[in-house]
Design a protein around this ligand. Structure first.
Ligand code: PAF
Length: 282
């Protein structure tokens, strides 16, 4: 497994790989790797000749009051996991390589960036779209694998790639969950034992909402009652909403078909995010 920290070396590796006619699958990460990330690596392995993982805690996607300095970092542990996962190349850029002095260009995505995480974290998706665009160009990836866990992020990246004609195929991978249903996330490491015990209630309640909607119940009342129950249990929802899966627009009352249920809830100082496919029968 090759570890690259220098942009010129990465460019040379890209040129050599292209000359050899081998495709590259990229898994962009911010490190603190867990089973969810390793499933993305395995997916990239299935779909491309070579796999690159980028590890970069992107300052541009953190707001002034967010937890950039507290974001978990474990480079040695990450590299060991990636060796075991059959990764070929790790791109570990220093901040100056990504954002050299004077950098003044960002990617602003409208549409699916609006609302939800876009509203809760102003500027977050600008940072995500900018860093992903740079990573796609730097690595020359043919495809990039993202977890569905960050559903809105996946739609924002898809939109940017389509709108800017980027020659990379975006692959979404289903959320990987713990035995008790909690979606894997680097931030779970910050949950105290009692918070960790409570956290799966979010996915359980979401599953209940989806089940009742599949039986024909109207979403509005169910979402309100579930939100209140979550808050009473100590999982304070920022939002619990049904949306169009790709545009992220609110699901129109009375419409039937494939929707997405999104949730963000605060548990202590951790924000849990989750989403699930929802079907409203006709
Ligand atoms: O999902 C993440 O870990 C990050 O938002 C990403 C896609 C690596 C961009 O920094």
């Amino acid at each position: 497994m090759r570890i690259i920290r220098d942009l010129t070396e990465l460019r040379d590796a890209r040129i050599a790989r292209r000359a050899a006619g081998r495709s590259l699958g990229l898994v962009p990460t911010m490190g603190a790797l867990h089973r969810g990330h390793l499933a993305l690596v395995a997916e990239a392995r299935r779909q491309a000749d070579e796999v690159a993982v980028s590890i970069f805690v992107n300052p541009l996607q953190f707001g002034p009051n967010e937890d950039l300095s507290r974001y978990p970092r474990d480079e040695a542990g990450d590299l060991e996991k990636l060796r075991g996962a059959g990764c070929d190349l790790v791109w570990l850029p220093p901040v100056e390589a990504m954002y050299p002095p004077g950098a003044a260009t960002t990617i602003e995505v409208g549409g699916p960036s609006e609302g939800f995480e876009g509203a809760a974290r102003p500027g977050h998706f600008r940072g995500v779209a900018t860093v992903c665009t740079k990573l796609f160009h730097q690595t020359g990836a043919d495809l990039a694998v993202f977890g569905e866990k960050d559903w809105q992020q996946l739609q924002v990246v898809r939109r940017a790639v389509a709108d800017l004609d980027m020659p990379v195929r975006i692959v979404g991978h289903p959320t990987v969950r713990e035995e008790d249903g909690l979606a894997f996330s680097s931030r779970n490491a910050r949950l105290s034992p009692p918070e960790r015990a409570l956290a799966p209630v979010l996915a359980q309640e979401m599953g209940g909402v989806i089940g009742r909607m599949a039986e024909g119940a109207a979403p509005g009342a169910i979402l309100a009652a579930t939100g209140a129950r979550l808050a009473a249990a100590g999982l304070v929802p920022d939002y619990l909403a049904l949306v169009e899966p790709d545009t992220m627009r609110p699901w129109p009352e009375g419409r039937r078909g494939e929707a997405r249920l999104l949730a963000a809830a605060r548990l202590g100082d951790v924000r849990l995010l989750d989403n699930m496919a929802a079907r409203l029968p006709g």
